[in-house]
Ligand binder design. Structure first.
Ligand SMILES: [Zn+2]
Length: 356
């Protein structure tokens, strides 16, 4: 039998979450290296440093601009990071991924402080690495997941609301895609666990997402905001840590990768925003009329995309390059039936004409 070891997310969410850091990391030591994003530190550095007073901060480093091998190498060679007992990383997904890999390569436990709710990077065992020019490089698999994640919702509501908005789109896709990928399978305990938890990436967003997004735009922490942060970071992270790697995503993400063939796309639209359009295409293609209606109406209610125009694409555009890249994307390696380019084109057309 293969050994199974699931490191499910541990987290603290509260406006006083930072004050819990010293106590929780104390069993690992008291010397901490701090790696942050520039904007993240400007936003919450003062509050964070105040909470970390009891610890010895060996150094504070800005990670750079990209989750790149160059930045990881630079950080790895800093003596004050090598001498620390733990790494505390505060920032967005790229900062957290950079610090996670740095800690992995130095054999140091990593604690995360996500400052936006856009991805589940704060709790997962993978890091998305890029080249210095921003192009995707690889998915790096860590030996250990971050030990504990500290979320201060007032920091998240202080950040630009568009990250939260796009994060909801990416999170909902998790449920739709992993159920689709697993449809013909008989998953083991972990797979079933991930599938079951994926409901929490979906139902709370449909129910509380609009209200939460309004609260984030008004910089107000509310119970809806906390529910959605937990969906975006914790539920999605749990699914990612539990389901088989080839069942994490399907057409919504494959179409996202297809869209990025048009290089301007990623400059004009956020990852989760593009993915949320792909979710609708997948539901259309798969004839899931009821769920299609729910997601479509949700997207409309918060301004997530429902048609090509919302992504600055024309209906007349044949999208051959986009659809071809999507159809051959590895996210479609494990799906219940083959998806052809014609099927994707048809689903996109049908979505253009769709009215719930
Ligand atoms: Zn995604």
């Amino acid at each position: 039998m293969n050994m199974k070891q699931n490191e499910l997310p541990r987290y603290t969410i509260s406006e006083h979450a930072f004050s819990e850091i010293p106590g929780i990391i104390s069993s690992f030591g008291s010397r901490a290296a701090l790696i942050t994003g520039e904007k993240a530190f400007a936003a919450c550095g003062e509050k964070l440093l105040e909470a970390l007073k009891g610890l010895e901060i060996t150094t504070h480093q800005i990670y750079g601009r990209e989750a790149s091998a160059e930045n990881i190498d630079r950080l790895k060679n800093i003596e004050e990071i090598q001498n620390a007992d733990v790494i505390i990383a505060a920032g967005g997904g790229k900062c957290l991924d950079t610090a996670k890999v740095t800690g992995d390569q130095l054999g140091k436990p990593v604690f995360t402080v996500p400052t936006i709710a856009s991805t589940c990077a704060a709790v997962t065992k993978i890091a998305i690495l890029h080249y210095e020019n921003g192009a995707f490089r690889e998915i790096y698999r860590l030996k250990r997941a971050p030990v504990h994640c500290f979320i201060d919702p007032s920091v998240i509501t202080g950040a630009p609301a568009e990250y939260f908005w796009a994060g909801m789109g990416d999170t909902m896709a998790k449920h739709v895609e992993c159920l689709f990928s697993y449809r013909n399978d008989d998953p083991d305990f972990e797979g079933e666990y991930g599938k079951t938890v994926s409901v929490l990436c979906y139902e709370p967003v449909i129910r509380y997402g609009k209200e939460a997004y309004e609260d984030v735009r008004d910089h107000r922490v509310s119970s809806s905001v906390i529910r959605i942060i937990e969906s975006i970071i914790i539920a999605t992270g749990t699914v990612s840590l539990s389901v088989a790697p080839d069942c994490n995503s399907a057409l919504a993400h494959a179409l996202y990768y297809g869209m990025t063939v048009r290089e301007w796309m990623e400059y004009q639209h956020l990852h989760g925003e593009i993915v949320s359009y792909g979710t609708l295409v997948q539901l259309m293609l798969d004839h899931q009329t009821e769920e299609l209606k729910r997601v479509y109406e949700f997207n409309l209610s918060v301004g997530l995309p429902v048609c090509l125009k919302d992504l600055d694409l024309e209906r007349e555009d044949p999208l051959e390059d986009v659809i071809h890249a999507a159809a051959i994307n590895q996210e479609l390696d494990h799906i219940p039936y083959p998806i052809t380019e014609e099927m994707i084109r048809q689903a996109i057309e049908d979505l253009e004409d769709y009215r719930p």
